[in-house]
Unconditional design. Sequence first.
Length: 399
Amino acid sequence: MQMRDAVNDNIMRYAVDTTMRRYPYFCVELKNEENNRWVFADNKRPVVITNSLCGVELNSEKSNYHMLAFSWQDDRIIMDVFHGLADGKGAYEIIRTFLYYYCSRRYGITMSGEGVRLDGDFISAEEWDDPVLKAKDLPSPSRKTMTDALNPVTAANLKEETKETVYGITLDEEEFMRFTSENNGSPATMISLLLNRAVTRLYPDCTDSIRVTLTVNQRPALRAPLAHQSLVGGAFLEHTDEIKSLPLNKQAAAYRKMVFEQTTEQAILTGVASQKGISQLLLSKATDGECTGIAKMLGDMTSRLVTANVSYVGKADFKEAERYIRDFRLVTSGAGTALLLEISAVNGKFTIEFVQPFSSGLYVSAFLEELEQNGISYGLQKAEKLELPNVRLPWSKLE
């Protein structure tokens, strides 16, 4: 977050400490138990704040063994959090609470606490417990055969690089919402569609499927609106020959129909059942090596079946604190070789973080051209190598 004014580090310390009292389930370290099972254990140490933009290694001595940490420099504040602990929605709750305490004291104002989780609240079991572990009578996971998807690395004869590159693209929220509404779309489905159209224009004769996975919040289907865990499924949006022949507004309507069909309660719970099956498979393995082998297999499958992933948590709604934020970025690492578009909506702007495992601007340029052809104005930030803190994992001594 780039704030309106320079960061006050003393107030930031107060805000972090007060925030973390509200979230005891985020005050944890990852440990390896005697039976070779990784568990989150209570961590009473202070959450670390550093005067830096590069952060510290999570679950290490430098982070007091926490799975999250804060840092700051000049007018910027960063929160790093382990994705295995929370998804974007869970992380937004922490940020909303932090901003409430920080901005209230930084600017000497009284802010409404409505819709903000505050220190002293009663914390219900629904907020703490993992709804996937508790879920019963889930539908049997479906076995769907999917065709291979266009791989953005091999299609362009690019080389996968050690560090990912991220481009920041900004859109005016009011303008883009008007465009999506006029064309039967929604923000996430429209960005997915424009990306698929851009890739199709690059490879008009491609025989592989051009397929985006759009992230889906599983909480409503699990009836767990307060849960903090990583509860993310996906809807597959394929740019078929039939859809390619339609005008934009009908393409958008077709995409929304695909999302609707894949986000019924039954469909989402079927996806949960599949994910739960993978978790049980991992728990059945005796060594870390076997588990990482399964993880690699899943990554390879993503590279084979998905061209890109599009993730949108929804409008951030940081309440009254939002007016003190000049810029907001949400980044994580991509899955396999697929492109990743992380979308955030804060203070009147959509920001798209275009993350890719190579430095070439081929796909970004094609996406921007798609925006231009549809009269959508944008801002483009300088490409950067993606810098994310390492997470220290408690590898077993059995390996």
